[in-house]
Write a protein that binds this ligand. Structure first.
Ligand SMILES: NC(=O)c1ccc[n+]([C@@H]2O[C@H](COP(=O)([O-])OP(=O)(O)OC[C@H]3O[C@@H](n4cnc5c(N)ncnc54)[C@H](OP(=O)(O)O)[C@@H]3O)[C@@H](O)[C@H]2O)c1
Length: 343
């Protein structure tokens, strides 16, 4: 069957980066959009989610998900609209979120596991919020804070990457739960945003080099939950301020993702022993069966104005290689998304 779509444009992984991804690690590719087969759909991508995890997926080696192969379309989450359907599950015009990859069109079986498309209702929240607070980062914050962090009212929660997608929601949800919330972020503007716009109690600018003093000042009762998005020295410093039975959520370690030398563990780990504390890794996909529950609660908080979903939108599919780097240079405020097309 022929179709009338313009050529599909894709970014393929051309090489495994050493350090920060470089332009030559990508190959721009064009090919015809495959028509929907029986049981299949074609999705026009409107927004792509740019995530720190994408850097890990470019590496060889064992992880929680298989690496992207050389010559394969780069894996990425995204939101799109169904533009052709031969499946009873989706109708033309439905909005879907899933993992279409870094391309303008996705075509394949409607029940493709890797793409994992599900319908979303844009009357409930705008498209970009479905990639943020109601999407993967929001789910990470929700389950990481509550299930792994076991945060309780009255406790002190510290979160790094505080002005980013996950950190922003962690802090806002923790405030809503009645916790004292102290963020750690890069730069005075991001810290001001966390306090003035998101309601954090305090935010420490790690680029000003005062994390230890900031924790002492802003966490007078110590730290009960540390939600770690960055790893490295900041994790080591927070370990010196934890309370008895503290919980440390190992969500990410963005400070290490582009390291060319082997990653070093925290030297202050014996603080876990002294404080009978726990450090636990999490992968959001383990909670997939419970996403609807978290989406319903977060959507309600959003409607009530109790939390905000803040996105940083970069326009233009061809901007992908440069836009991805913004995450590692701290140039995003809130969830970084790439606008690929108008609805
Ligand atoms: N475990 C899971 O299932 C899961 C799911 C989603 C995300 N994550 C992890 O959660 C973390 C946050 O992800 P996100 O999507 O919310 O990204 P994000 O926070 O929106 O963006 C990344 C931010 O990281 C900060 N950063 C970059 N390099 C840094 C460094 N060397 N040291 C300290 N901070 C640095 C920058 O903010 P500053 O300007 O403040 O430096 C940057 O804006 C990442 O580690 C990610 O891998 C894990």
């Amino acid at each position: 069957m022929t179709n009338t779509f313009p050529p599909n444009q894709q970014f393929l992984l051309a090489a495994r980066p050493n350090g920060l991804p470089q332009p030559h690690d990508w190959q721009f590719h064009e090919q015809a959009v495959a028509a929907a087969e029986e049981g299949g759909i074609v999705v026009k991508v409107l927004y792509l989610s740019l995530d720190p995890a994408m850097r890990g997926w470019m590496n060889e080696g064992k992880s929680y998900i298989r690496p992207v192969a050389i010559g394969e379309v780069m894996r990425a989450g995204g939101l799109g609209v169904v533009v052709a359907s031969r499946s009873p599950r989706f109708a033309v015009g439905d909005h879907v979120v899933g993992a279409p990859g870094v391309q303008r069109y996705w075509s394949g079986p409607a029940d493709d596991k890797a793409a994992g498309f599900v319908k979303v209702d844009l009357r409930m929240a705008p498209a970009t919020a479905w990639l943020n607070i109601l999407g993967m980062p929001g789910m990470t914050a929700w389950f990481g804070l509550r299930e792994v962090g076991q945060a309780r009212a009255g406790e002190t929660v510290v979160v790094s990457g505080a002005a980013g997608a996950v950190g922003m929601t962690v802090g806002q949800v923790a405030k809503h739960m009645g916790c004292r919330v102290v963020g750690i972020a890069g730069g005075a503007d991001k810290c001001r945003f966390a306090v003035e716009q998101l309601g954090f109690d305090a935010c420490i600018d790690y680029k000003a080099g005062k994390v230890a003093a900031g924790l002492k000042e802003h966490c007078p009762q110590g730290v009960d939950v540390y939600f770690d998005n960055v790893g490295g020295e900041i994790l080591d410093t927070v370990l010196t301020r934890i309370n008895m039975k503290a919980r440390i959520v190992i969500c990410g370690a963005i400070s290490q993702y582009n390291a060319t030398a082997p990653v070093k563990g925290p030297s202050n780990y014996l603080s876990l022993l002294v404080n009978r504390a726990r450090m636990e890794g999490m992968v959001v996909f383990d909670y997939a069966a419970r996403y609807p529950e978290a989406v319903a609660e977060l959507a309600q908080l959003l409607r009530q104005g109790a939390v905000k979903s803040h996105e940083h939108v970069v326009e233009g599919f061809e901007q992908f290689p440069q836009a991805l780097l913004m995450l590692f240079e701290g140039r995003n405020l809130g969830k970084l998304v790439l606008k690929v097309a108008d609805a």
